[in-house]
Design a binder for this molecule. Sequence first.
Ligand code: DER
Length: 237
Amino acid sequence: ISLDEAKKKAARTAVDEWVTEGTKILGIGSGSTVVFAVQRIAERVWKDGELTDLICVPSSYQAQHLILDYNLNLGSLDRNPNIDVAIDGADEVDGRMVCIKGGGGCLLQEKVVASCAKKFIVVADYTKQSTRLGEQWCRGVPIEVAPMAYVPIKLQIEAMFGGEVSLRMAKVKAGPIITDNGNFLLDWKFVAKREYNWDEVNRGITMIPGVLETGLFVNMAHKCYFGMADGNVKAQT
Ligand code: DER
């Protein structure tokens, strides 16, 4: 089946397992896979007449527009900080469910929303499931930084953890990408053969002055759903 079909199967399986009548506040991630999750939720709200008082909290402008486009109830952390379930995609997931996220540049709000959820559920196609990070995803770990600090942060990360850090440049806008929060994005291409303790790396990078957030989601995912090439959905817990 196509990658989109695989994404769709993973997303619909996760929604049907984790979004129930009891789910009041749902965190909505960013990227292409989560679109299928929102479509399934909208189907159950508008076609099946279920989930009537569900409130959706976005993790980006893209997620906000998705919620509005499907006429779902838009919430925010100001009003709904206690999220029942958050559903989001990932760029890569390793054998311990450490995720690299931020390929779409929304990692900061995604990590905040995921951290507010009782259960953080990841949905992805089979190209995201690896034994170790870097096996399939080759764009490195995204890091959101204050624009004025990106060079010292780059130098510090390379000195502490090796590899190479680059500023993410926009394609249809001159200059660097600016995130939904007005910051720069760095992509850290780590040393694939090196054995990293991702929890330590995440903490070490986050401590560097000017770093807002990393795309390393360590000990956050509760369950991951991978749409496989043969049409099945594989769950990892
Ligand atoms: O940028 C992000 O964190 C997205 O969630 C990304 O990791 C997954 O995007 P995709 O569903 O389009 O592959």
